[in-house]
Design a protein around this ligand. Structure first.
Ligand SMILES: *[C@@H]1O[C@H](CO)[C@@H](O)[C@H](O)[C@H]1NC(C)=O
Ligand SMILES: *[C@@H]1O[C@H](CO)[C@@H](O)[C@H](O)[C@H]1NC(C)=O
Ligand SMILES: *[C@@H]1O[C@H](CO)[C@@H](O)[C@H](O)[C@H]1NC(C)=O
Ligand SMILES: *[C@@H]1O[C@H](CO)[C@@H](O)[C@H](O)[C@H]1NC(C)=O
Ligand SMILES: *[C@@H]1O[C@H](CO)[C@@H](O)[C@H](O)[C@H]1NC(C)=O
Length: 462
């Protein structure tokens, strides 16, 4: 059933396949793995005993509360957990001397809550409008919103391709995400390059896309002549003090994270079952033909091949087709799982189409807030009103400001029919699940009066 969930036959393969650029990253993975195993099975307690927490990572302290059942994969998808033992011994030597630099004295579990604290994950893939939809949460003054923090991990940790790699990255992304939702932003410091000094960094990816990182008191006085890679949009701030960011996060009522790097809903189960996180997962999908059209513009170089196929008669390379198929299938598999509403996910998963948000932004925003159990504020409504009816000449590729009800269909006139057909062939199962109609000929593709959108929203079950 779960073809998209390519799990390793042997965890050793996984560990071998993790090629870290950072010893901290290795350590993190190891710690995570230890937490998983120790808490769940105590199988390799002899290994973990040797390593026990001399390094004192906060990550373990956190788990002391209620251990999330990490790797709660049914029926031992990892095969026998006992196989992990030699694997850990093998890398143990590399790890013993690594110290876990950890700052701040916050205890991330002792937050005084005003009401129920919600943790929202906006789960998407690139070019699905996730920046735009993320703004719906960013604009709410009581939500601590992070824009794509997992970018740092992708940059810092490289995984050799293959099934084991998919699994390895999924584990790291997932466990860092968990820490971020708990406001433990210090976890991220291990992945930021160059590494922060004294918890100060000028390299927090797209800092300006998180209001919470740009308002007082996180916005410290601007320091002249200091290069700031990612700066705040409307004001100038000093380097980001992660300790202040953590404090701000703890102060806010809710936390929301947008991520395009989490591919499998199933992997998020430990977070959903973590009682500290009242998780809400919103999976955002978009017509894969539109996504391809948009990626060909935004990631022009990566999509050279596709552009060539559009004008030449040659058939697309199988490799690229497989990649596209993998993307569509992992989105579909996650959505199918979510819609099936297994007990652990009930009331915590929502599927939403970008096309519906583009056409009915306010209504959809209200539905999302309602689902999340968070009150929508006038600021959010104003932002939506202002940013969905904008003049159309606003064309920055990451722009969130657009006349959304016009924009969402533009791709139909930019994608060559040939490529649309390729997508249709490969992504048909996903398209049919989400209600994206196939175009049988170029005329249909470009005919304004023919909708390619199934209006039935019977798939959007909460
Ligand atoms: C796991 O095993 C149980 C009992 O053997 C079975 O009912 C269930 O369908 C299995 N789950 C998966 C995901 O294979
Ligand atoms: C471990 O760290 C200590 C203290 O920094 C150092 O003296 C020692 O050489 C290191 N050992 C290894 C194997 O790197
Ligand atoms: C960062 O903020 C914390 C908390 O206010 C403060 O104690 C620390 O001195 C700040 N760090 C720097 C380098 O300014
Ligand atoms: C946005 O598009 C809609 C639908 O075509 C149109 O009615 C509206 O006037 C447009 N708004 C602006 C500001 O261009
Ligand atoms: C577009 O589709 C409509 C409805 O099917 C049809 O009546 C019309 O002739 C089509 N227009 C073109 C230019 O093909």
């Amino acid at each position: 059933m779960d073809k998209g969930l390519a799990l390793p036959k042997d965890f050793r393969d996984l560990l071998r396949s993790l090629r870290m650029r950072s010893k901290y990253a290795i350590f993190l993975v190891f710690v995570i793995a230890l937490v998983i195993i120790e808490k769940e099975n105590k199988i390799i307690s002899k290994v973990s005993d040797k390593l026990t927490l001399k390094q004192n990572p906060q990550i373990l302290l956190d788990v002391n509360g209620t251990p999330p059942s990490l790797l709660n994969l049914e029926n031992g998808s990892l095969l026998s957990l006992s196989q992990l033992d030699p694997a850990f011994l093998q890398i143990k030597s590399q790890l013993e001397n690594v110290t876990w630099q950890f700052g701040g004295s916050q205890t991330f579990t002792k937050v005084q809550l005003k009401g129920p604290r919600r943790h929202v994950l906006l789960m998407a893939t690139t070019r699905t409008g996730s920046s735009f939809v993320g703004e719906f949460f960013n604009q709410q003054g009581n939500i601590f919103y992070l824009f794509e923090p997992l970018w740092h991990i992708e940059r810092k940790v490289s995984f050799v391709s293959g099934g084991a790699s998919a699994m390895g990255s999924a584990i790291v992304y997932r466990d860092v995400l968990q820490q971020l939702l708990l406001c433990n932003l210090h976890t991220l410091e291990n992945f930021i390059a160059p590494p922060p000094e004294n918890h100060l960094t000028r390299f927090m990816f797209r800092r300006g896309s998180s209001r919470s990182l740009c308002e007082d008191p996180v916005c410290t006085p601007f320091v002249k002549k200091v290069f700031e890679k990612y700066h705040c949009k409307n004001r100038r701030c000093g380097p980001l003090n992660m300790t202040l960011a953590v404090e701000a996060c703890l102060q806010k009522e809710h936390v929301a994270v947008k991520a395009v790097r989490i591919r499998q809903l199933e992997f998020l189960r430990p977070l959903v079952e973590d009682p500290r996180l009242d998780m809400r997962i919103i999976q955002l999908v978009r017509d894969p033909r539109a996504v391809l059209a948009s990626r060909m513009v935004a990631f022009s170089v990566k999509y050279e091949n596709w552009k060539k196929w559009a004008v030449e008669s040659a058939a697309p390379i199988d490799d690229e087709i497989q990649k596209l198929k993998g993307n569509c299938e992992s989105i579909r598999i996650s959505a199918e799982l979510g819609l099936k509403q297994p007990a652990w996910l009930r009331g915590r998963y929502m599927l939403i189409r970008y096309e519906d948000i583009a056409r009915f932004p306010l209504q959809k925003a209200k539905e999302m807030y309602n689902f999340a159990g968070i009150s929508i504020t006038p600021q959010v409504e104003e932002w939506i009103a202002k940013n969905t009816q904008a003049p159309q000449d606003n064309s920055g590729i990451y722009s969130t400001q657009k006349n959304s009800s016009v924009q969402f269909e533009k791709w139909r006139f930019s994608i060559p029919f040939k490529l649309a057909q390729v997508v249709q062939n490969v992504c048909e199962p996903a398209m049919s699940l989400f209600g994206y109609k196939l175009a049988s000929d170029p005329e249909t593709l470009t005919n304004h009066s023919i909708s390619l959108l199934e209006e039935q929203e019977n798939f959007r079950i909460m």
